[in-house]
Design a protein around this ligand. Structure first.
Ligand SMILES: Cc1cc2nc3c(=O)[nH]c(=O)nc-3n(C[C@H](O)[C@H](O)[C@H](O)COP(=O)(O)OP(=O)(O)OC[C@H]3O[C@@H](n4cnc5c(N)ncnc54)[C@H](O)[C@@H]3O)c2cc1C
Length: 871
């Protein structure tokens, strides 16, 4: 009997769930517990999903069974004992059956029932679900629990239907098993399923030939009893253990490291890698920058290749088995039981399809570009149309008949991986845009099922009929998913995470890589904020709570969390001396930035005494253009060496000498001391550019924050003084005014490191209230901004100074200055200076380097014209 949510709305059931894998089973259990009538439609004739279908020899989970199991019922946890660290497919299937029986789930599951179409009926506000048997079931809520890895990739090898011998698919293995004794067997594919099955098939077969397109990184599973320490931790406090899993990066409790691979000695690095190799753990903790740093990741790749070379005796085979061309983890890594050792057996042979591709499958075997081989059986272990395949295989039509397949033609678009605009009341379990395949799926399944159940329950209590994300929320989430992926090495690989294994599939990074922990917090926050990003429809009409849940760049969020965890006192409560000490101490913790050709420290004459400088010279052949750089720190903090990583980065990207100069600091030397020094430094460097090894001609200026303020002020003063000429100005998050009332101060003045209170503190130290309107403090207030050097102004979205930077860009443009305004989306005041820490800043830093290169070539052209006119 369906639960009436609204008297005039009738459906056969409240909820139709497609799929009776672990997701569908738990979904049914939860909904039933909440009193919703539910039917599960399942194409197979049994429960278990993945573990029903994938019965190939050697099939096992590779997340430890203790972790890869439901956590929703402590009784279930207590009564089920796993026999091994990594349970076999039969044992996992037995577990799924046990769950189905224990909770009496079968009575609401229709087996051997494939869903072919689902159509939103806007009038009745229900889904019409059509099955392969021609039945139609109507429901208020429609849940796709169809699995991320359930639709096999179609075989795209010519002649596959011609083969006269036996054909097997790892994903659709005969229930009675297969005996390969005395057979000549071919296995095509060397992903997880191939790697698990090949050692076992090799032991039976008379001959085994493995056809490999892409070698995979695999480490020994070292299967056996579950590690005692893990079992002890689990038994000691199951709740705490499960909670730690839910709040972990991948859904398995694991230590977290902040250490990068290149921050330790080679010996220490190897020790960590050896420990990982010997852990028998799919995702051991190694180094923090493994997913993001090509250099660090490559050290692990090479370690793993060395292991392969040490195991496989034939050097040519070993080399063919060594993965190259992608980074570790960017394709799903594997655990194996004797995989590489298998290639030492006399009856086993590897065919490297990158060298000799298959041309056709024949009646009797397989033909490559090099030879023809005869087989009795072929095993296809060729993988899945992952994450979206099973969803779009159903003809799902949303509002106005919009087919989901059409909406996702250029890649899936979801809000939180849970729903997609235009498809009300349609939920996806572990859908694209959620952690799913990058996590222990059990944890992700439970979290999604809980979220969906609670949303439906909330709607019933609130008398609401439909739920659907807003277009803004969905676009924001898609952006965030991409932002998270883009700071990693993952999108560089041709992986199934990218849809690259299926011809014609759009190349989009499908799962959410921000972590199970962050993802869960995000979903919880969405609810806590009144279902931010969702529209509900009820008796009283439509109510939308529009908005974007994650707008900061993911690495900026991490930086903010780290800073918050330090519990530092507010800068404005400190003396300048104490604040400087803190500033220096924090600077020692950051990554150094890229290597440059040479770093030279020196001194130059300032307006009232010597000023230190640090010169960064590119490694390329000189002479190079010169840029005078002014550091940030609110005229109070910092020094010529305090923006070291950024100066190195600018040096490399712009191929220029960056000369970072000191200036006198407040409150010891108040305004206009810093301005006088800034101008003096510009004059001295311009005059000595050649002597410094630079290229003659106008120098450019650059600066960050208060340093950008000094840079642009110095430009104007130089203009008024008739020189020196300046090639261009790069102003990063500049202070251009002393007005702390702009909207960006209100929006961003409290949470993003540089606060309104700190800016007030800086101004109070720097200049009297009366002096703050002086255009040497507030360049935006200068009466004449014409004839200034071309400018590149970078503003950060979550910076109190954003609006005054934008206003300055507009004012310069209005005065006829050539201005480029770069808006750093999702960034805070300091994040672009955090080289190697805030990787999402790299594209903006590249634009900054490009601006300096542009100024250098314009300056050079101007010098050549001048020189030519003298001839
Ligand atoms: C070989 C293999 C090993 C794996 N090992 C691990 C591991 O160690 N750890 C881990 O976290 N994950 C692992 N996974 C991922 C695994 O898929 C998930 O852990 C989990 O089993 C997914 O459960 P599910 O219910 O979401 O989907 P599935 O188990 O895939 O179930 C989906 C069900 O939906 C049914 N279905 C699909 N479309 C339709 C339709 N149109 N009509 C009717 N029914 C339909 C399918 O028949 C299937 O039974 C592995 C996957 C594979 C293939």
């Amino acid at each position: 009997m369906a639960t009436d949510i609204k008297p005039d709305v009738r459906s056969d059931v409240d909820v139709v769930v497609v799929g009776a894998g672990f997701a569908g089973l738990y979904m049914l259990h939860r909904l039933r517990g909440l009193g919703f009538s539910t039917v599960v439609l399942e194409g197979a004739d049994g429960v278990g999903g993945t573990w029903y279908w994938n019965r190939y020899p050697g099939a096992r989970c590779d997340i430890m069974s203790v972790d890869y199991s439901y956590s929703f019922d402590p009784e279930l946890e207590r009564e089920w004992q796993w026999s091994e660290k990594y349970a076999t497919q039969p044992e996992i299937l037995a577990y799924a059956n046990h769950v189905a029986d224990r909770y009496d789930l079968r009575k609401d599951i229709r087996f051997a029932t494939r869903v072919e179409r689902a159509t939103w009926d806007a009038g009745a506000r229900c889904w019409r679900v059509r099955t392969g048997t021609g039945d139609e079931i109507t429901c208020r809520f429609y849940v796709m629990a169809t699995g991320c890895l359930s639709l096999p990739k179609s075989i795209d090898i010519e002649g596959a239907d011609r083969f006269g011998g036996d054909i097997y698919y790892t994903h659709h293995w005969p229930h009675e098993g297969v005996d390969f004794t005395a057979k000549r067997v071919a296995v095509i594919g060397s992903g997880s399923s191939g790697i698990q099955s090949i050692p076992i098939i090799a032991r039976q077969a008379a001959q085994l030939t493995v056809f490999q397109r892409t070698p995979n990184f695999s480490r020994p599973a070292l299967n056996g009893p579950a590690p005692q320490a893990k079992l002890d931790a689990f038994k000691a406090d199951r709740d705490a253990y499960r909670q730690a899993a839910r709040l972990s990066q991948i859904g398995v409790p694991a230590p977290v490291t902040m250490v990068g691979a290149m921050q330790v000695s080679e010996q220490e690095r190897r020790a960590v890698y050896e420990a990982a190799w010997n852990s028998g753990d799919l995702l051991p903790t190694t180094f923090a920058d493994m997913p993001t740093s090509a250099v660090s990741n490559e050290t692990f790749c090479e370690f793993l290749r060395e292991k392969i070379r040490s195991i496989v005796k034939d050097p040519a085979t070993a080399e063919a088995l060594c993965p190259t061309g992608y980074y570790y983890g960017t394709k799903r890594p594997c655990l194996d039981s004797g995989y590489f050792e298998t290639f030492n057996l006399p009856q086993v042979r590897l065919v490297d399809l990158r060298r000799t591709p298959i041309t056709t499958i024949t009646e009797t075997g397989i033909q490559t570009t090099a030879e023809s081989m005869e087989f009795d059986a072929i095993v296809f272990a060729t993988g899945f149309d992952a994450m979206t395949g099973a969803i779009v295989a159903v003809d799902i039509n949303g509002r106005d008949g919009l087919p989901l397949k059409q909406k996702w033609a250029e890649g899936p678009k979801t809000y939180l991986g849970l729903m997609t605009v235009g498809f009300p009341n349609c939920f996806l379990i572990t859908g694209p845009g959620s952690p799913s395949v990058l996590s222990n799926m059990m944890v992700s399944i439970e979290q999604h099922v809980d979220w969906v159940s609670e949303a439906i329950d909330y709607m019933r209590r609130a008398g609401l009929e439909t739920i659907e994300p807003t277009a803004t929320a969905e676009a924001g989430w898609v952006q965030h998913v991409n932002d998270c992926a883009d700071i990693t090495l993952f999108p560089q690989a041709s992986s199934w995470y990218m849809g690259a294994n299926v011809p014609g599939k759009p190349r989009v990074f499908l799962p959410y890589i921000g972590g199970v922990d962050r993802y869960r917090k995000t979903c919880d926050e969405v609810v806590a904020q009144g279902y931010l990003g969702f529209c509900f429809e009820g008796a009283s009409g439509v109510a939308c709570n529009d908005g974007v849940i994650r707008r900061l760049q993911p690495d900026v969020t991490i930086v903010l969390e780290v800073i918050e965890s330090l519990g530092l006192p507010p800068v404005e409560s400190m003396s300048p001396e104490a604040a400087r000490t803190l500033f220096v101490a924090l600077a020692t913790q950051r990554p150094p930035g890229p290597a440059v050709g040479e770093i030279v420290d020196g001194a130059l004459p300032g307006a009232a005494g010597e000023l230190n400088y640090r010169l960064y010279r590119p490694a390329t052949a000189g002479p190079h253009p010169v840029v005078v750089y002014y550091h940030g720190g609110g005229w109070v903090l910092g020094g010529y060496d305090s923006d070291d990583p950024l100066c190195r980065d600018l040096c490399v990207r712009s191929d220029s000498i960056i000369l970072s100069v000191d200036y006198r600091h407040a409150p010891e030397a108040r305004f206009p001391a810093a301005v006088d020094d800034a101008l003096a430094a510009l004059q001295w460097v311009s005059f000595h550019a050649k002597a410094l090894g630079g290229r003659p001609g106008p120098v450019a200026v650059a600066g960050w924050s208060a340093g950008a303020n000094l840079a642009t002020v110095a430009c104007r003063l130089a203009r008024d003084a008739g020189g020196p000429p300046v090639a261009g100005q790069l102003l990063i998050a500049p202070v251009t005014d002393a007005d702390l009332t702009r909207p960006s101060y209100h929006e961003n003045g409290e949470r993003y490191v540089l606060t309104s209170a700190i800016m007030q503190w800086f101004f109070d130290h720097y200049v009297d209230t009366a002096g703050r309107a002086d255009p040497r403090v507030a360049p935006l207030r200068a009466r004449d901004l014409s004839n200034l050097p071309p400018a590149t102004i970078v503003t950060c979205e979550f910076d109190p100074l954003r609006d005054e930077g934008a206003a300055y860009a507009e004012a310069l443009a209005a005065a006829g200055v050539d201005v480029k305004h770069i808006k750093a989306r999702g960034h805070i005041h300091s994040s672009l200076t955090m080289v190697d820490l805030v990787i999402s800043g790299a594209p903006y830093r590249e634009q900054m380097g490009e601006a300096l290169r542009r100024y250098a070539s314009a300056g050079r052209a101007a010098s050549l014209v001048r020189a030519a006119s003298l001839v």
